[in-house]
Design a protein around this ligand. Structure first.
Ligand SMILES: [Zn+2]
Length: 340
């Protein structure tokens, strides 16, 4: 066999085994009701919450809320999503902060809205939401726990995570938070799940991207969550150049002009294909009467999209932000640096 035909055969083998993303294999996302072709994700809100409990990892148990009562309170807000043409909601509540996959599955079944949950641990807010074993375990052990959730489902629910959610403080990364991103990188290499990291400013975002790269993970596997907290817009370009996703995810009626300014910058610099937007809204709060005050998910549809259109954004660009980018960001695909 000539070298050329050998290469050709090798290429065909790679194709048929589905190892090459985008060739021969349709990218999928993982919802709380199972896998879904990413192209069916539709208009998506990529960072929202349906329940959050800030009591802390030391005290949280799922007896702190009554699932039936939560469903009753939250259902109207999820039912309103299809009316706004939104088909998918990504729930960013991590374990030890009120992650309840069965609650999400129930809400998804009742409304037809696709919902994603996550694996991973949240170190932000000075580790208040980290379980005791996160302090003593190695990155390898944490990655084994998270990978097990992907392979066997979360607890006994059979529900699989659709992404990895971690959180770090807004200053330089501590050793503990370096361990979280290392564990996320190992888990990504095994599962192809995208890493969304509650981060805020540029410095720890850049440090996480550097650590991922050093471990062979491509920055396209990383979502810089709460990037709206970075004051210097030029820093968006530095991480976008690497391939990372820029998540501007705290949109509410009071800050639309600030988000518009950030999106105009990203559009002018040519990075719109790596930008995600959402509200970071919700949510049922255990311990408060009727779950407390719930911020709904309507601002992007009713106010922000019209504002973008008035400011020179096209329908195609809206579609990129709300449909195409979420499908690419959450597609389950190992994104590795060449040579890995
Ligand atoms: Zn959030």
């Amino acid at each position: 066999m000539t070298m050329k035909s050998f290469r050709c055969l090798l290429f065909l083998t790679v194709l048929s085994s589905g190892l090459l993303p985008g060739y021969g294999q349709v990218p999928e996302i993982m919802t709380v009701r199972g896998p879904l072709p990413a192209e069916q994700m539709g208009r998506s809100l990529i960072h929202e919450h349906l329940l959050v409990d800030f009591i802390g990892a030391a005290e949280i148990t799922d007896s702190r809320w009554d699932r039936k009562e939560v469903v009753q309170q939250v259902l109207p807000y999820v039912e309103a999503l299809p009316e706004m043409a939104i088909r998918t909601l990504v729930s960013c509540t991590p374990a030890y902060l009120g992650r309840d996959p069965e609650l999400l599955r129930e809400l998804s079944k009742r409304t037809g809205v696709h919902i994603l949950t996550n694996t991973g641990y949240y170190g932000a807010v000075d580790n208040k939401f980290l379980p005791a074993h996160a302090f003593s375990s190695t990155a390898e052990t944490l990655a084994a726990i998270w990978t097990d959730e992907w392979e066997n489902g979360i607890g006994e629910t059979g529900i699989k995570p659709g992404f990895i959610k971690i959180g770090v403080n807004s200053g330089p990364l501590s050793d503990l938070h370096r361990k979280l991103i290392a564990a996320a990188g190992i888990t990504h290499k095994r599962t192809g799940l995208t890493i969304a990291s509650h981060t805020g400013p540029f410095l720890p975002a850049k440090q996480q991207v550097d650590l991922l790269k050093a471990s062979g993970v491509h920055p396209t596997a990383f979502i810089w969550v709460h990037a709206q907290n970075e004051p210097l817009l030029e820093n968006y370009s530095l991480l976008a150049q690497e391939g990372a996703w820029i998540s501007l995810d705290g949109i509410q009626p009071s800050n639309l002009e600030d988000y518009l300014k950030r999106l105009v910058y990203l559009k002018e610099e040519g990075w719109l294909q790596q930008v995600l937007i959402s509200h970071d809204a919700g949510w049922y709060r255990p311990g408060e009467p009727d779950g407390g005050e719930f911020r709904d998910f309507s601002t992007i549809g009713t106010q922000f999209v019209p504002l973008l259109l008035q400011n020179g954004f096209s329908e195609e660009e809206i579609d990129l932000l709300l449909v195409k980018n979420p499908a690419r960001a959450f597609a389950i695909e190992k994104r590795l640096l060449t040579g890995e």
